[in-house]
Design a protein. Structure first.
Ligand code: GLY
Length: 555
């Protein structure tokens, strides 16, 4: 008998261990397990990575209201199994009635809060048009089938995590102040509560049945416009009629053996990531050591210079001439580092000017997808701040974005991420606001190597930068690279932000000895990276950021 029990035990053990070592064929890594599973299930039933993108996007709008959305915007970067690449810009646009001085008082000063909270902060949503465009061009399964998992989640409810309960309760007073009554997410939550959202299920059904017309026209559009205007906004039905996503050439550059494919303007992500990588390329980062003060000093100096360029040159390429080739030119970037000293921090005042305060939000959300055919997708999407403008549209169960804050309200003045802007990013009707979102796909030897991205406002670019280097330069596994401590410098304010408790005294003192000022007051977690890595043997591994509820679903 003992023998039989032992044999059964061994069979179970073998089954379990063979299960855990079963190679991953496809994966979705996102901010919530339900959204990752919605995408993974699409992959399992034969859909491609683009189909999974649709399912995951809509599911995030239900289960991750802090940043998942149908009322925001985003960027989509892909690399097909055959190696073809592309990117879709579905960033929000400024409403037709928007003016350059929208957020200034009579004296020309920025009115605090106007671009972040309430209806005036709302840009024309691009998310639905973007996701549907991805489906139109690249999808293979019927749209309604891909939206169904999100509808089911909204109807049956999702379970609130501890982090979500804390976040909903933290913002509940603000939700009520903006909306004038207690709305869904202001009701008070605890871990384990189930949130059903029937209005959102109805809106999703409308989109499933009518496509773009189900969102940009009819009762859904009318509800968004009415609530946005009632809370001080200028969004109109005409705005919703004119919105269009745009296919753009992705930004491509190399770093040593790697080829990177990232988002071009109106995101600053690709250009800044490319600049930083090019600026550090001549140095032996591996020899300096991971997160040693020597390697951090080098990376911070590259970050400082790149963010200064961001501030001056970048904006919507449909409105301003972005000197992209010049900014990515190798000689230009070598010249940017000419005054770099391994011994001493450069003052940001010597790189350019400014004097600002940082108020950081780390919302936005990213997901990475790989299907069994080898199609790769990187998507970063956002409402901008946590729960966007806090304007809640009861009829469709969602918050409106506050993306207008990503414009430069007044050249030289910082936005909510502490980023200064120039004329290039000033407000104009139908213009897209500058972004930091950096959905990125990396190749090595012409093979897929990594899919990566993160939320984190201005720190998005530095988080992606560090995660790629953690794997490539420091030989980390994907999950280890995601877990690793992060730091951030954005030119102004002139200080290095470190994640709390993750850096030892020796490192901090080493940086200070070189002249770096260390930010301690606003120390915070930096980014929530969700990534997929494929090694030389084709083995797929995932990294879901433990800083959030992020989770991978694989098959
Ligand atoms: N709203 C954050 C970004 O676009 O960078």
């Amino acid at each position: 008998m003992k023998k039989i029990i032992y044999s059964v035990f061994c069979v179970i053990l073998l089954a379990c261990s063979s299960n855990t070592s079963t190679p991953i064929k496809g994966a979705v890594v996102s901010a919530r397990i339900e959204a990752s599973e919605a995408g993974r299930d699409v992959l399992k039933k034969g859909g491609n990575a683009y189909d999974a993108m649709v399912a995951t996007s809509f599911a995030l709008a239900v289960v991750y209201p802090v940043a998942g959305n149908i009322t925001g915007g985003g960027f989509f970067v892909y690399r097909s199994a055959k190696g073809e690449t592309g990117s879709l810009d579905y960033r929000e646009m400024a409403p037709l009635k928007a003016t350059k001085d929208l957020f200034l008082d009579k004296e020309g000063n920025v009115i605090p809060g106007k671009s972040t909270v309430g209806g005036l902060a709302v840009g024309i949503p691009g998310a639905v048009a973007g996701v549907l465009e991805v489906h139109r061009k690249l999808g293979s399964l019927p749209l309604a089938e891909l939206i169904q998992p999100a509808i089911a989640l909204a109807e049956n409810g999702y379970v609130v995590s501890a982090k979500q309960a804390k976040s909903y309760n933290c913002y509940s007073k603000q939700f009520t102040a903006v909306n004038g009554k207690v709305t869904l997410y202001a009701k008070g939550y605890k871990e384990g509560d189930v949130v059903k959202n029937i209005p959102l299920a109805n809106a999703l059904k409308e989109i499933a049945a009518k496509g773009n017309a189900g969102f940009y026209q009819g009762w859904v559009a009318e509800a968004m416009v009415a609530k946005t205007q009632a809370t001080g906004g200028i969004l109109s039905l005409d705005d919703l009629k004119v919105y269009e996503p745009k296919w753009r050439d992705p930004l491509k550059f190399s770093y040593k053996e790697l080829d990177l494919i990232s988002m071009a303007p109106p995101s600053s992500g690709g250009i800044c990531l490319g600049q930083m990588m090019k600026m550090i390329e001549p140095y032996d980062l591996n020899q300096m050591g991971h997160n040693s003060f020597e390697s951090m000093h080098l990376m911070v100096e590259a970050e400082r210079r790149s963010y200064a360029d961001r501030s001056h040159f970048l904006g919507d390429p449909d409105f301003v001439d972005v000197p992209q080739d010049h900014l990515m030119n190798e000689e230009y970037l070598l010249d940017r580092m000419v005054n770099y000293s391994p011994e001493k921090a450069t003052s940001s005042a010597d790189v350019s000017h400014g004097n600002i305060i940082v108020v950081e939000s780390d919302e936005t959300t990213h997901f990475s997808i790989l299907d069994s055919m080898g199609n790769a997708v990187a998507v970063t999407t956002t409402l901008n701040g946590a729960y966007g403008s806090k304007v809640y549209v009861d009829e469709i169960g969602v918050f409106m974005n506050n993306e207008m804050d990503d414009f430069s309200s007044k050249p030289g003045e910082p936005n909510m991420f502490g980023l200064t802007g120039s004329e290039a990013n000033s407000i104009a009707p139908k213009k897209r606001m500058l972004s930091s979102m950096t959905p990125t796909i990396v190749e090595k030897d012409n093979q897929l190597y990594m899919i990566v991205g993160t939320p984190g406002g201005s720190s998005i670019i530095t988080s992606v930068f560090q995660t790629i280097l953690n794997v490539y330069e420091h030989g980390m596994e994907m999950q280890e690279a995601v877990n690793a401590a992060r730091f951030h410098h954005q030119w102004l304010p002139d200080n290095v932000v470190l994640e709390p408790t993750k850096f030892d005294t020796k490192t901090i003192e080493g940086l200070q000895a070189k002249g770096h000022s260390i930010e301690t007051k606003y120390s915070r977690i930096i980014g929530k990276v969700d990534a997929i890595h494929v090694n030389e043997l084709g083995t797929i591994t995932v990294g879901a950021d433990p800083r959030g509820d992020d989770a991978a679903a694989t098959h």
